[in-house]
Design a protein around this ligand. Structure first.
Ligand SMILES: [Fe+2]
Length: 236
């Protein structure tokens, strides 16, 4: 189900962009499926931790356990989002509480397919019999008066094995360039995710990532950037 060239690039280079045509084929969908999937992003909740830093960000959070043997993703009890040590300097030691995924989103067959495809990539990076999978849909908003920071923490790790960002939609947005570097800050990849269904994947054990601010193209209206961030870390 996962693409051989993407797996190859991820394991050698450490990061890779998968274009929608390739991802759609992997998932067995056509481009129109993203329009319907995007409706879940109309039902997110404010991120008060980002608000403290002056950024308007909406999100939800879900936690699954992936068992490769059965190919299953079991939702866990809703829990606090704990940033692993040695990763995101802003939030280490701070449990953050976010609204859970809606039922409609958690059970969306397209989400299940996306998770299965990403699970294949995680397995290419490490052998584990059980994986912690964290699922976060994000919307970052910006106005003429205030840029929107997709990653207010700057370049960082998530403290996991596989980190992925899937572009769901951009409206009226300039900027939002994703950068991946090695641990010494040398560039690995830079790209602006523009089209729904574009997927950025990275080996979080050996790369840092960050996204530049967005701002409105037309200053009279807000800019927004919707992504789905999914991470995988071995739990067993
Ligand atoms: Fe991150």
């Amino acid at each position: 189900m996962t693409s051989e060239p993407v797996t190859q690039e991820l394991t050698t280079v450490g990061a890779c962009v998968m274009q929608p045509v390739e991802l759609n084929q992997c998932l067995g969908i056509d481009g129109a499926a993203w329009t319907q999937f995007a409706s879940h992003w109309e039902d997110l909740a404010p991120d008060r931790y980002a608000a403290d830093l002056g950024t308007r960000r909406l999100r939800r959070y879900g936690h699954f356990v992936f068992s490769p043997a059965g190919g299953t993703f079991e939702p866990t009890m809703h829990d606090a989002f704990i940033q692993p040590e040695d990763s995101n300097p802003l939030y280490i030691g701070t449990d953050r509480h976010f609204e859970p995924l809606t039922d409609a989103f958690a059970k969306d067959p397209l989400l299940q397919r996306i998770l299965a495809a990403l699970g294949g990539l995680a397995m290419a990076l490490a052998d584990a019999t059980e994986w912690d999978v964290k699922v976060t849909p994000f919307r970052v908003l910006a106005t003429a008066g205030g840029a929107g920071q997709p990653t207010p923490e700057g370049m960082h790790r998530d403290g996991v094995t596989l980190v992925t960002s899937l572009l769901i939609g951009r409206r009226n947005a300039l900027g939002g360039e994703s950068t991946v570097t090695d641990m010494a800050g040398r560039p690995v990849l830079a790209t602006t995710l523009e089209e729904p269904g574009t997927l950025l994947v990275g080996d979080d054990r050996r790369t840092l990532h960050g996204v530049s601010p967005i701002r409105p193209r037309d200053p009279s209206r807000p800019a927004q950037r919707d992504v789905l961030v999914v991470t995988f870390a071995p739990s067993r």
